[in-house]
Design a protein around this ligand. Structure first.
Ligand SMILES: *Cc1c(COP(=O)(O)O)cnc(C)c1O
Length: 494
């Protein structure tokens, strides 16, 4: 199995090289050259296996240089008692044709854990296989979820260190507490005075600083990132689509071989792309419904074939989907265009210069054959949470609510009542304020008090990782100007 760059398919690598490299030099994303097929008999076998075994079976198909034992070792570390459920990705049935695929039972209560608990093991093994002797330092600028999930994933992983910058005024109380109390010997957390863009552009400047790079190299370090364009973050996500299908069969929502739909709350297009790859591998998926919030650039793209980021940016109650450039869409376009790297280069250049591009009729037809899209604004998100809670006793977070509402709209519009899984990406406790308001409570207290209030109001249990924050000591208090970030990196990697 070789991996090629979406912008130059002559550039091809092994899995370990692609994971160790991250982003291709030409700006493209590494993508498998072909996709293995999983037969219905094999899917039947997966139905009897637990999540870890399912992960080993699916991931092995893409990782030639890794032995099954090696991957089983990673899975045992990534998906075990760091999850508060026996199964790392449990399916919760709502009715005869609808279920939630809950991906938020890991250490940070959001779905990024599914990939970031696995990535550090894949990355360190890949670095060894490619002969890298320096120590990797993961540098992250975060608007909330990713930073904490990366910290939890990389904490105390040998041969790595991780430094996270977050905007001082751009994350919630709970998110700040989650990061500043982070445990582990190889971790660093630092606030940046300013907003997310300040933190992000500071990190970008550090990555492109050749002098700093040389200096760190001399000390035996190199910098890398943990963002969702790395193949090592995408691959673990393919697993839970197979797992969800098996659990739908096991729960009698469908019979083995019947098709299902998935509805996915989408930001950077990583999650739903993994579903597309699972479908390509033979998983019986009818349609993938792409759900957006008021930042509905993908809804428009799926309807019209024109991607246009020239529009106002909205700050919403589902902040992890507040994105106008969905990086992983590039991988889908590469596939739908028949791996036309020249075409991808042209569209991405246009996105850069004009903020928009229009795909060919062929690509649009490929898109129409699989994807539907819809969006849901903040008022409707809150209404959906309130209604589902009051009428069915089911409490969901804001991102999941966007997807659930879009699925309901899709069914009403198309009459397609294929059994569907709504991909549930965060615990309602992670977005307490908005969830409390949605069920008719006020949300005027600081961080952990809101967590208590949600528990008291709904009689639901506070997730352990959030409960545990109470007894943790604050380790990281540093707050710097954007211009001082480079010094923080140097001090961290002494
Ligand atoms: C990151 C995130 C998303 C969006 O996922 P993508 O892979 O970027 O499309 C949705 N919901 C939550 C809670 C997230 O953290």
């Amino acid at each position: 199995m070789r991996y090629v760059s979406t912008r130059d398919k002559k550039l091809n690598m092994t899995a370990a090289q692609a994971i160790a490299t991250g982003l291709s030099r030409d700006g493209g994303l590494f993508t498998p050259e072909s996709f293995p097929i999983v037969s219905m008999a094999e899917i039947g076998e997966l139905c009897k296996a637990d999540y870890r075994a399912r992960a080993v079976k699916i991931m092995k198909l893409f990782l030639d240089e890794f032995s099954e034992e090696e991957i089983a070792g990673f899975a045992a570390k990534a998906y075990s008692d760091n999850y508060d459920t026996a199964d790392s990705a449990p399916l919760r049935k709502l009715d005869d044709k609808t279920a939630f695929l809950e991906l938020w039972h890991g250490p940070t209560c959001a779905f990024k854990d599914m990939a970031l608990q696995m990535l550090p093991h894949l990355l360190t093994a890949s670095l060894k296989k490619t002969g890298e002797t320096r120590q990797v330092c993961i540098l992250v600028a975060t608007s909330g979820d990713t930073g904490k999930a990366a910290l939890e994933g990389f904490k105390d992983v040998e041969g790595t260190s991780i430094l996270v910058f977050y905007p001082e005024d751009g994350v919630s109380d709970v998110q700040k507490l989650q990061m500043t109390t982070q445990e582990g010997e190889n971790v660093g957390v630092c606030a940046v005075k300013g907003n997310f863009d300040d933190a992000q552009s500071g990190v970008k400047a550090i990555f492109s600083d050749e002098q700093l790079r040389a200096e760190l190299d001399g000390r035996g370090y190199f910098l890398s990132s943990a963002n969702s364009i790395n193949w090592g973050r995408l691959l673990p996500q393919v697993v839970y689509y197979f797992s969800a299908y098996c659990d739908m069969v096991n729960a009698d929502l469908v019979s083995l071989g019947d098709k299902v739909n998935f509805c996915v709350p989408t930001g950077n297009f990583g999650n739903i792309l993994a579903g597309y790859y699972a479908r390509k591998m033979g998983l019986p998926v009818n349609r993938l419904v792409c759900a957006s919030n008021a930042n509905n650039v993908l809804t428009d793209f799926i309807k019209t074939g024109t991607y246009d980021r020239n529009r106002p940016f909205h700050t919403t109650v589902s902040p992890s989907m507040d994105i106008l450039i969905s990086s992983n869409l590039e991988r889908l376009l590469f596939d739908l265009s028949g791996m036309d790297d020249e075409q991808i280069r042209e569209w991405m250049a246009k996105l850069n210069s004009e903020g928009r591009y229009t795909v060919t009729g062929e690509v649009k037809a490929g898109l129409d054959a699989v994807f539907s899209g819809g969006f849901c604004d903040d008022d409707m998100t809150r209404e959906t949470i309130g209604k589902l809670y009051k009428e069915r006793g089911c409490l969901i977070d804001t991102h999941t609510a966007v997807a659930y509402k879009v699925l309901c709209d899709y069914r009403a519009e198309t009459g397609d009542n294929t059994p569907a899984a709504v991909v549930s990406t965060a615990s309602p406790y992670k977005f307490c304020g908005a969830v409390l308001e949605a069920i008719g409570e006020t949300a005027d207290a600081p961080g952990l008090e809101l967590v208590d209030k949600l528990s008291a109001a709904t009689g639901t249990v506070i997730p352990k990782p959030l409960e545990a924050l109470r007894s943790k000591t604050q380790r990281f208090r540093e707050s710097v100007e954007k211009t001082e970030m480079k010094e923080v990196v140097k001090g961290f990697l002494k």
